[in-house]
Design a protein around this ligand. Sequence first.
Ligand code: PLP
Length: 475
Amino acid sequence: MTLQNYPPTKELQEKDNRFLHPWELMSRVGHNERTIIERAEGVYVYDSEGNRLLDAPAGMWCQQIGHGREEMADAIHEQVMRMTYASPWGLGTAPSALLAAKLGELTPGDLNEVYFSTGGSEAVDSALRFVMFYFNNLGLTEKKHIISRHKAYHGCTYLASSCSGKERDKSFFDFETGFVHHISDPNPYRRPAGMSVEEFCDFLVEELENKIKELGPDKVAAFIAEPILGAGGVIVPPEGYHRRTWEVCKSYDVLYISDEVVTAFGRLGHWFASKDVFDIEPDIITTAKGITSGYLPLGATLISDRLMRRISGRKDNRAVFSCGYTYSGHPVVCAAALKNIEIMERENLMAHAREVGPYMQERIRELNDIAIVGDVRGKGLMACVECVISKDSRDPLTMDYEIGSRIDAHCQALGLLVRPIINMCVMSPPLVITKAEIDDMVGILRQGIERAMDDVEREGLWRRTPQNIGGPGVA
Ligand code: PLP
């Protein structure tokens, strides 16, 4: 079969029902009619019926340089023809060596040791396993506890999903609860009533410190945190939160793992957000997604030289880092990542993201005037619109339906893909998006939300009251 003669949409949708998709609802298995995406170019994807959709989630937070770049295809082709694969156990390859060195240049501080995997979950899992290995090497075998946060998303391997904190993901699976602990999510919009944002920040920092003291600093190995909680609904913690929590960790010798699977590679206008945006130098950074702009799967765990020096290089140390994947440092994938970074550098996409990111934030906040919109938040090229029953109560607009999916369906009919998450819609467009395309995105989103609002009002699931059509939500 060539690319030109795919079967018709209906047949593809039936066959697609044999694919157990991520986060598949069991009641829908075998009955889905998913939109089939057939081709893509720039910031647009095209479905199998020929409809053009602006790709506002950038696939899954991953399409930085835009779809269909010929240079990427050429780089991948060239590496396939030159050398497809060599075992990373005993051998090195030029693309993996060059990429490891390049990442060291782009990371903050001394995060120069790179461990390659095939995606974000593995990057996180490997970071957590490395932390345990590290303390075992130092003879601190009791230092095993991990602190994470509610609403976090760190992936779906056993340990990474145990660190995730989205309540809906916690049913029907089993998780590690013995040494993984969760503290509050840092969402200013959902802070306790009567608390200022500054007081909320104090509370969050104290909560982390108290949790470390309660478990015992000699037993706490690491704190893991996304700089902005992405899948949890683009939660931007209060000003100063990152620096203060990082200082707490440092003072108790608790390692700080910054999960930059989403926030790196330009999403916030910098290669990595930890230092440049939030002024912290983590011990470990995990990343994936934008590292190849989604052209091929790659994850990376970036580890501080300081940590590595403490456990390596001594002749009498017989420890083996027995962790690795057949595809760690896959040369074709690394060649794609190198080309992706080269394109970003040449086209100055960091500067472009720093220009269009604030514009997107400004434009999207205009949606605050819609009655069901409680909060519009975000930073750089990450944004979220959260729907509520009333702007006063801030109760999520959920009940027996998912407003996010309704908005997504209306937006698709109007030419826009968004990412629905229960009562929220998340946007993280390709870095190459223009201001005119952002205008289109916000315009369609407004129409999509208003149409969904009309639906739920017509169906008697929600109604306008003086309270819910009041002023914009505060955050
Ligand atoms: N960490 C964060 C912050 C993520 O957002 C994700 C995925 O969205 C992951 C880890 C897991 O990455 P992957 O889906 O590539 O395994």
